[in-house]
Design a protein. Structure first.
Length: 331
């Protein structure tokens, strides 16, 4: 079956984070083709930023899709380099596609659910004109530790709906505050605190993104609200909505894209999860065996909407008075 969708997959040095001797891009593609057998018949775009570890050669060996190697944008700091290149690659695919739907996939994605979810996501969009993007990610126990509070922050909903054929999905909650204090369910030890904020960091005694405080016997973490509408990976969206945001805002990176999306559009999430991300790197100390088992067990885990979800959250909101470029990195 050929779906009316462009599949975009960006890559840079995707042979790292090996599991069973295979790099992340190999694990991603093997699970993708296994779960979505019609992938070779879709409009697939591979964008590589000058990989030097053999992953570009691996992509070239895939017998379908458009492959393009694009020079990497050089910019500091490292987190900005990553998000700026991701956004530049995605912009190119969006602007050159003629499909009504767009699917962004990163090279650390492990799919575990059969192809029917593609139809379900498209049906959600076609039956609900107010929805412009559909999330599908499952969060894991490693995610809970790697990015404390993020699984709960990205499973906040305003309501549950069904499509005419009975597909169940949630409408993502949008709140006016810039950040929310999210319960982590974790009791941190003293040595796990960080002096400064940053990706995955947990400083104590400050009010800035990523900071933690103790409440009712556990720690809450201050996290950015707008990521609940738009995140960097794992969604199927209306291409015209994404093109509108690019034309109007010309976002440098995913943070700017996310903030713009929240201003104009609403997102949803399928009730049944489709994939997990396995490029854990912030606070993760798991070994390869733990990572391998997480992938193998993914299909049997509880859906994130049930495990972490809340409808009409009562989490305390915060509006930070800081310069825009200092507000957050990616939490």
């Amino acid at each position: 079956m050929k779906y009316p969708i462009t599949v975009h997959l960006g890559n840079y040095n995707g042979m790292r984070d090996k599991i069973n001797g295979k790099g992340r891009i190999q694990t991603t593609m093997e699970s993708f083709i296994n779960c979505v057998p019609s992938l070779p018949n879709m409009d697939v775009r591979f964008m590589d930023n000058g990989s030097l570890d053999g992953s570009w050669e691996y992509i070239q060996s895939i017998p379908f899709g458009i492959k393009e190697s694009i020079p990497q944008i050089k910019i500091e700091p490292r987190w900005l380099l990553i998000t700026a290149n991701n956004m530049a690659n995605m912009k190119k695919s969006i602007e050159t596609s003629d499909m009504p739907y767009f699917w962004n996939v990163e090279n650390d994605t492990y799919f575990f659910r059969g192809e029917e979810f593609v139809n379900e996501a498209i049906e959600v969009l076609e039956a609900n004109p107010d929805i412009n993007l559909v999330h599908m990610r499952r969060f894991t126990r490693i995610d809970e530790y790697d990015l404390p509070g993020v699984p709960k922050n990205l499973n906040r909903f305003s309501e549950r709906r069904k499509t005419p054929s009975g597909v169940s999905f949630y409408v993502m909650e949008k709140r006016p505050e810039y950040a929310l204090w999210i319960p982590t369910g974790i009791r941190f030890e003293k040595e796990q605190f960080d002096v400064e904020a940053g990706y995955g960091k947990c400083p104590k005694g400050v009010v800035q993104i990523g900071a933690v405080r103790e409440k009712d016997g556990e720690f809450e973490r201050l996290l950015t609200e707008h990521w609940n509408s738009y995140t960097s990976n794992g969604w199927i969206a209306r291409r015209e909505a994404l093109k509108f945001l690019i034309d109007v805002y010309n976002p440098l990176g995913e943070m700017q894209m996310s903030r713009a999306f929240k201003k104009h559009f609403k997102a949803a999430k399928l009730a049944e999860d489709v994939f997990i991300e396995f490029g854990w790197k912030a606070r993760d100390t798991s070994n390869e065996e733990e990572r391998r088992k997480t992938l193998e067990d993914a299909v049997n885990e509880e859906d994130s909407a049930e495990k972490y979800g809340v409808i009409n959250s009562s989490y305390e909101g915060v509006n930070l008075k800081m310069p825009e470029d200092k507000l957050d990195v990616y939490s």
